[in-house]
Design a protein around this ligand. Structure first.
Ligand code: CA
Length: 344
């Protein structure tokens, strides 16, 4: 145990169902000794794995928050073998404000790991997870979307870890989400990511990109919720029969990756963005993918955005209003057969 100032009324060693909060000390102008309360619950039943189930790491990513809230209420204790820890909205201030970053301190929780015991509320959250929760978990499921900024083809994703046994375990768990694409991603946006911290402890980590922008379709909710249950069955923490895509009458998942800097296309200038392609579409090198238009200069030619390479448009920008440097497209490519063999 660390000497974290974060407190909880949950006793993680206790069997049964508990509802509680993580209480993170912070202060603001109307309260010097406030507690930021993060709802958390556990269902514990007999011997089995411990799975941490969380969403709202980026506050404006809601399908996972809904999936967890539904699941935590619908599961009976007898359906669980082992323990599930539910945190539907870990970055509660951001979830309430529909923001990616915490409005308390402006920080991105997913760049704050392993956390800082002397830091702000977001640093304390990361520190508590790293030191108190990840160590007792066998697997962590952190449900994301592309946030308001990016619309993803709904998919599960993972890092390509080096250790082959570990990689296989992660690939099987990610694949249990049964999404059309399963995505290998690179850390293009810096350090301090939650999955890296979980991987440093050798635990299975399953993450998703369930759409994004500000619309969540019924189909995306279904994919989020059905896949999550199947992953929990795969991890043997809830009862049920694991379903493969073949069982569901679907073709195998398509493993894709975007590991090179040129797979990420950024806005060369500000404007209104139109995508010419839907996510999931195959595109070819130099194909026009979209355009930027200029409100103040409708006479100007639009700036056409071209594909750097052949690939699949796995994600495009969410909002129309675009600033120079915003991500416009992520192009993914088929994972090589020799890498796929390491997943078997
Ligand atoms: Ca995210």
């Amino acid at each position: 145990m660390s000497d974290s100032p974060v407190q909880t009324n949950i006793d993680f060693s206790k069997p049964g169902t508990q509802w509680g909060t993580l209480d993170i000390p912070f202060s603001y102008n109307l309260s010097g000794w406030a507690k930021l309360k993060i709802p958390i619950s556990t269902i514990s039943n007999g011997e089995g794995p411990t799975v941490l189930l969380m969403a709202g790491n980026h506050g404006d990513e809601y399908p996972g928050q809904i999936a967890i809230m539904k699941l935590m209420k619908s599961l009976e204790q007898e359906q669980v073998t082992g323990r599930i820890i539910f945190i539907p909205a870990i970055n509660m201030p951001a979830a309430k404000a529909a923001t990616r970053l915490s409005p308390l301190d402006g920080k991105n929780l997913n760049r704050c790991f392993p956390g800082d015991i002397d830091g702000t509320a977001t640093d304390l959250m990361a520190h508590y997870l790293s030191n108190e929760i990840f160590p007792i978990a066998d697997a962590v499921i952190d449900l994301h979307t592309g946030g308001r900024g990016v619309y993803f083809y709904p998919c599960a994703h993972m890092h390509l870890v080096d250790d082959l046994e570990y990689r296989r375990r992660m690939a099987k768990a990610a694949q249990a989400y049964n999404t059309d694409f399963t995505f290998l991603y690179a850390d293009v946006a810096g350090k301090g990511l939650l999955p890296v911290e979980v991987e440093s402890k050798g635990k299975t980590i399953v993450t998703t990109e369930m759409g994004g922008g500000e619309v969540t379709t019924a189909a995306v909710h279904r994919t989020s919720q059905d896949g999550l249950k199947n992953v929990l069955i795969h991890l043997k923490v809830i009862e049920g029969e694991e379903k493969s895509r073949v069982d569901l009458g679907l073709p195998p998942t398509r493993w894709v990756q975007a590991l090179d800097a040129e797979d990420y296309i950024f806005a060369p200038e500000s404007g209104l963005f139109e995508s010419f392609v839907d996510v999931g579409a195959e595109v070819s090198k130099d194909q026009p993918l979209g355009a930027l238009y200029f409100l103040e200069r409708p006479d100007r030619e639009s700036t056409i955005i071209h594909a750097n390479n052949d690939g699949i448009a796995i994600a495009h920008r969410g909002p129309t209003l675009t600033s120079q440097g915003d991500i416009l497209f992520c192009l993914a490519h088929n994972v090589e057969a020799e890498v796929l063999r390491t997943f078997e």
